[in-house]
Design a protein around this ligand. Sequence first.
Ligand code: SF4
Length: 689
Amino acid sequence: MLVAGMEFVPTTCPYCGTGCSFYLVVRDNRVLGIEPWHTPPINEGKLCQKGRYAHEFIHSKDRLTKPLIKENGVFVKSTWDEAYRLIVKKFKSYRPEELACLASAKASNEENYLMQKFARTVLKTNNIDHCARLCHSPTVSALSEVFGSGAMTNSILDLQESKCIFVIGSNTFEQHPLIGRRLILAKKRGAKIICADPRYTPTAKQADLYLSMYSGTDVALLNGLMHHILENGWEDRGFIGSRTKGFAAMKNTVMKESYDLKHVSKLVGIPESDLATAAEWIAKSKPSALIYSMGITQHTVGVDNVKSVANLMMLTGNIGKPGSGVNPLRGQNNVQGACDMGCLPDVYSGYQKVTDQESRSKMMRIWGVDEIANSSAGYTVTETMNLLVDEPGKIKCLYLMGENPMLSDPDLDHVRAALESVEFMVSQDIFLSETAEFADVILPAACYAEKNGTHTNTERRVQRWRKAIDPPGEAKPDWLIISEIAGLMGYDKQFSYKKESEIFDEITEVTPSYAGMNYERLEHPYALQWPCPDISHPGTQILHTEKFATKDGLGLFTAVEWQPPAEVTDSEYPLILTTGRSIWHWHTGTMTRRSKTLDAEVKTGWVEIHAKDAEKLGIDDGEMVRVSSRRGNIEIQAKVTKDIKEGEVFIPFHFKECPANILTNNALDSIAKIPEYKACASKVEKIKR
Ligand code: SF4
């Protein structure tokens, strides 16, 4: 659309998994601003702070514009030819098991698809992962097992049909603000909102019932609710009998005395009467929906937590119906897509197992190669970081696209040791991130406004990015960089794409759930939600309406026992630390801290501490304090408040000058390998100068 010399290019927000759309306002190859696009249904022209200013980092003076090669510890500008020559020589010198790739939940589906194809066909390794490992890997593991599909069962708009929305482990109003708006619209239509969180967040403040729980007690809370529902006969027996299996074992577990409301109340720190009210509302409101996010998943029992959430919603018959469902809110704009595209060590795109010979043969045929990575799952990013430290020399080379583990991963001293032990590392990014500092070669990439592509939001909706301007300097889109390296390594035929739509067409050929999509169909402002198995299929708003996606079509109840976090408090570290985000910033701050408006609002981090805990420690609001865990300490400003549970402290993880992840624990969930960001033992002290 062209108005008075300005072009309005429709595209999608690069920040959270809500997937709001807007117009980029462009003149003379510069993005001047953002204007509402009212037609797409998710946000109807409305945006949160981050989306409103999503253009401000694009022309930052810090953008990478030329390849850089490290020489004697200093980055020196190079040509693309020089950088590629070095990369190809090094990549060719390693065995498949010595290489690992990290894809990016910020990049497009096309780029993520190519990254895993590159890992598997060119490098012949399944060591490919991305930051979903750190946010929703338990969702993928647990929901794939119990429902047959590891994604949000319902849709954002559909939340308005709900009569009761149970939000647990999600600060929806700050992290997914335009989904928060749907909660308000549901409330206006009479829905009751329940929020369980250790912090009295903006989401909790909108709730009709706030459950102030201790971090790390989710399974106890959920089992307690189910105990009370069963005790009162409020379960949906018809749904349980016809649609599920495993009910008896699950019931035996939750009906133990340890899960009656009296015991649970003490453990989770919530009055018995509030637990009883929550159980009654969830069971009796028809339909009820459940929303969760990283408060559920970022635990050593993340998979158990998700299975428990699924148990509750199957018990009350709240799956497969409008206004119901298990609704994990995915963090980054394309974390759903990066998983769908197979940027995980055990699956190709569409969650087709690398261990399945039929899938392997299909991939080799469509990719036109005689050999790909073997049929064993590769290492996760968390396992890779541990191996780099514990068994130096086992993994020697890292290829990173847009990832920043040096701020996002737990126990940053451990991450530093891991990155220092890498023999050769390539980082492809739009800025020189904290992680890129460790690279041997840095390749300048294009941002969302400078390329075409698709990405998949939290409700499985595949939407378009449209190129508005050229990348700065010599920067190139990630898909082109990967294709050029593959070509130089002898795979020019397999990576001979001229434009992004050709990659998408290949994605639809290999990925059954995307089979009915193409760029033309995605031009519609409603785009398409997967599964979309054929070209006439309208896409799927609600999963599991008739049967689950499991082999036998039944949903699986699981008996889950509560287990404490890996690290509990003691006299030396008496406070539970939990981490999260601010509404003004995004992840490691590489983009939002380079946005003038967002940076001006919140310039640095803080530690939230309850007023009573602060009083005991003699700490005043605004005072600089030292926060320590068994892994390290940081100095940070105290925010004394009553909006957090006594005994808990909270730090946002965006800020490199006071990085919360120096403190967090890299103990992992045994199945999903996600670290326990949401509960570790810590202490807060006055700084004596
Ligand atoms: Fe962007 Fe998420 Fe805000 Fe929407 S809610 S504008 S997708 S950050």
